[in-house]
Design a protein around this ligand. Structure first.
Ligand code: HEM
Length: 394
């Protein structure tokens, strides 16, 4: 459906700033518009929210048993409708509880401390590769119990989300196979017993919604989902947020000069998620004849939800093109409804931790930011900043 849009999602100027393109489309075609292929693009906040929350829209699949040509699971619970969705999500949900996230905070603090203590005042550091990636990978590798050096396979695998834009398909397939092989070993060697805050034990032990352990197919699909949904997205929230602040020095000053309470940084993180969300789209199809905002939608119609555009809907947000770290935005960056992001709270905590440390080091721009050549997952490849960490804090 992306090929039907009135802009080229692979063009560098679009990737650097897609938002004026969304606004032009909204002005010319409204909050919902039919695409030449028969699908519908949804730009409005209310309309996207209604689709995400309605049972009339879904993925049209009720099983995760499909496999790819390589014999790997083709669908995780992200792409499956209830009741299977609810069973599979329910099995691992407690690994994302407040208690489970609190248990990961010491790891986050350690990674950030290690990173910042290596920086001398005035050094240039890359927010993406020096801070956000090590933090997010530390968290994901702890959740999945994969070794540090597994990152290279994960990078390849994540590069393969959109083969058209990422190059060598056989490398991506190989990365998928290696990742699955390693996960199979991890799952097979997991010690018996169920710990409600531990993802792997929730997958391998009995006691889920059906009283059984996950099948190997489900365990692989869920672990693969956690990796693909949780790593680069968290990097994106941190780096996109930092970039937004560097582009808006008045907002940066508000946080570096005045932010006194954890509430200030929490609000700011929500605004970063609204302003420049790491996931730009959602996909659904009508599972029955239905309507949204008076527009009739026949069963089977695919919908492209432009979450980045919805987050800048002027009917919902005052001055939506403006970054305002003091607002309390009801954004759609983490989706809504049944598929609301399971890792939203974990992502927020990582972003708060990383941005607190970065802001304490009084960041200044130190070069051009570059974007990953993908639109669906919007994150920076590189964001150089000059930092002045206080050695007493670091
Ligand atoms: C800033 C970071 C993140 C963003 C912007 C984000 C965004 C989203 C969005 C928009 C969805 C809904 C997709 C849809 O409805 O089609 C989603 C689902 C999901 N996310 Fe996140 N995510 C982030 C971080 C994470 C993290 C850290 C994890 C786990 C470690 C995670 C795990 C998931 C899972 C498992 C789902 C599927 C939920 C379901 O289908 O029930 N996400 N995420």
């Amino acid at each position: 459906m992306a090929d039907d849009l009135p802009f080229d999602v692979t063009c560098p100027s679009f990737l650097a700033d897609p938002y004026p393109h969304y606004e032009r489309m909204r002005e010319q075609r409204g909050q919902m518009c039919r695409l030449p292929s028969g699908g519908i693009a949804v730009l409005g906040h209310r309309e996207c929210s209604a689709v995400l929350r309605s049972r009339d829209f879904g993925h049209g699949a009720r099983t995760t048993s499909d496999t790819t040509a390589y014999g790997l699971p083709a669908r995780s619970f992200l792409l499956v409708d209830p009741p299977v969705h609810d069973q599979h999500r329910g099995r691992v949900a407690s690994a994302f509880s407040t208690e489970a996230i609190s248990a990961l905070v010491p790891l986050m603090t350690e990674v950030l401390h290690q990173r910042v203590s290596a920086i001398r005042p005035g050094d240039i550091c890359d927010v993406v590769t020096d801070i956000a990636e090590p933090l997010a990978w530390g968290v994901i590798s702890a959740l999945l119990r994969v070794p540090e050096d597994f990152k290279k396979h994960a990078e390849l695998l994540l590069g393969g989300v959109n083969p058209r834009q990422s190059g060598n398909e056989s490398h991506n397939a190989l990365a998928r196979v290696k990742f699955s092989r390693a996960l199979r070993k991890i799952l097979a060697s997991a010690p018996p017993g169920r710990c409600p805050t531990d993802l792997i034990s929730l997958l391998t032990s009995a006691g889920g919604p059906d009283g059984l352990p996950a099948t190997q197919q489900e365990a692989l699909a869920t672990s693969g989902l956690i990796l693909s949904a949780g790593y680069k997205t968290s990097v994106g929230l941190i780096a996109n947020g930092m970039r937004a602040l560097l582009d808006h020095p008045d907002q940066l000053r508000l946080l570096t000069d005045n932010a006194k309470t954890p509430g200030d940084i929490s609000k700011a993180v929500e605004e970063f998620a609204r302003f420049d969300p790491p996931i730009q789209i959602g996909l659904r199809a009508a599972v029955t004849d239905t309507e949204i905002a008076g527009v009739a939608i026949p069963q089977g119609t695919p919908l492209l939800l432009l979450l980045g555009a919805a987050n800048r809907d002027h009917r919902v947000f005052d001055n939506p093109q403006q970054l305002d770290v003091t607002r309390t935005p009801r954004h759609l960056a983490f989706g809504a409804g049944k598929h609301f992001c399971l890792g939203a709270q974990l992502a927020r905590v990582q972003a708060r931790q990383a941005l607190t440390v970065l802001l304490q080091a009084r960041p200044q721009p130190a070069g051009a930011a570059t974007y990953d050549a993908r639109w669906v997952t919007r994150h920076l490849r590189s964001l150089p900043v000059r930092l002045f960490p206080n050695p007493e804090i670091a």
